[in-house]
Design a protein around this ligand. Structure first.
Ligand SMILES: Cc1cc2nc3c(=O)[nH]c(=O)nc-3n(C[C@H](O)[C@H](O)[C@H](O)COP(=O)(O)O)c2cc1C
Length: 360
């Protein structure tokens, strides 16, 4: 597989790359620590730093770099469109122990793309040309891009892939959907395969990589250098280790429901703080459980009951009932068909809390 020698060494240089996808309000310092506990990916990415005139570095996101205890490299992701500010923030971030600077060109939230940032940039290849040109000059180290295959269609896809080559981008994480396709349409792996052929740098295939088996199939069909995984890593934090096992020809370790119950406790212990009110803790746990619940049982009853809880004791009571009544049963490697996690998009924390409260 085409692994670039300039990227930080992966956990196992003989295997394809893995990365935890950046997820706003999810992949913070604490969550990355939890993931590392179950088997780190090769690379981590921060949530995006918003860049605008006079913006500073978000303190909480910065902690995921300065206090990174995962032993794995972390890329700092930025989102914005104002070139002097992007350059300023990229330079500032380069002074911290980051593996590189990653430009977000994929965020599909309308309040983001309407400002022509994130996925909105894909509508304007000339702007992308200028941004990448200036960032390439400003960043001495690795400069990487995370993007989708287009905004509404793929008309500018090749033009942008050629810019990836022109500015010697070091790694391309490609979510195989357009911005308008958001998160739930089929993923266009054929377009990822096309990008792998067209660009010089390694490509991480992203979008619905749900298990070790799926990862191997996507790697083989796209020729990508690795996979980037978001939602399925919340559901199954063992996934990176399982991919390494699968790709090495070893049996993939199965996980029992009792181990998943322990994972839920670890999430709770690691991500809650005494100053956060119980209701906020419950909502945060529900956000994780929305994903985990897709592999607990196939009827959706766990998800429905979990969403109705209001206190920690109710929430953990539901978890105990579904996960400890038959503790040795296997946690499904794939999500059960038809079970939808919500929310599953970039949504500010207050809206996540709102959506969950409405559903409760
Ligand atoms: C809750 C949530 C937050 C996200 N935040 C970001 C982000 O900050 N930056 C980014 O580039 N992508 C973000 N994404 C997109 C993911 O990185 C990833 O591209 C997408 O979820 C598809 O991968 P998956 O199917 O493995 O989840 C987010 C996705 C979700 C579900």
């Amino acid at each position: 597989m085409p692994q670039s020698s300039c990227l930080p060494p992966p956990v196992n240089p003989k295997l394809d790359l893995t990365a935890l996808a950046p997820m706003q309000d999810v992949t913070d310092l604490r969550f990355m620590k939890v993931i590392a506990n179950y088997g780190s990916p090769d690379y981590f990415f921060t949530e995006y730093f918003r860049v605008y005139p006079n913006s500073g570095l978000n303190h909480d996101i910065l902690r995921s770099i300065t206090e990174n205890s995962t032993d794995r490299p972390i890329f700092a992701q930025i989102i914005g469109e104002n070139i002097p500010d992007l350059v300023r923030i990229a330079r500032e971030l380069s002074r911290y122990p980051v593996a590189g600077i990653d430009l977000n060109m994929g965020c599909p939230a309308p309040r983001i793309y309407r400002k022509n940032v994130g996925g909105g940039l894909l509508r304007d290849p000339e702007k992308v040309n200028r941004i990448l040109g200036e960032l390439r000059c400003a960043v001495d180290g690795l400069l990487t891009v995370k993007m989708r295959v287009g905004f509404e269609n793929t008309d500018s896809f090749d033009r942008i892939l050629d810019l990836i080559n022109l500015y010697d981008i070091n790694l391309l994480s490609l979510h195989g959907r357009t911005v308008k396709e958001m998160y739930h349409s089929a993923v266009h792996y054929d377009l990822i395969a096309h990008a792998v052929q067209r660009v010089k740098c390694p490509v991480l295939a992203n979008g619905n990589v749900t298990s070790a088996h799926t990862a191997a199939a996507i790697l083989s069909s796209t020729g990508a250098a690795g996979v980037m995984i978001g939602r399925s890593a919340i559901r199954n934090p063992w996934i990176f280790q399982q991919i390494r096992q699968y790709l090495s020809g070893e049996p993939v370790s199965m996980v029992t429901l009792a181990e998943v119950r322990d994972y839920i406790d670890t999430l709770h212990r690691t991500t809650s703080t005494p100053t956060i009110p119980e209701r906020a803790c419950v909502n945060r746990m529900k956000m994780y459980l929305n994903f985990i619940g897709q592999s607990v049982e196939d009827s959706g009853a766990f998800l429905s009951e979990m969403r109705l809880t209001r206190t920690e004791s109710e929430l953990f009571g539901v978890c105990d009932r579904y996960l400890l009544s038959d503790p040795d049963r296997e946690f499904a490697l794939e999500p059960y068909p038809g079970l939808v996690a919500r929310p599953s998009c970039e949504t500010p924390r207050e809206s996540i809390t709102g959506q969950i409260s409405q559903s409760a």
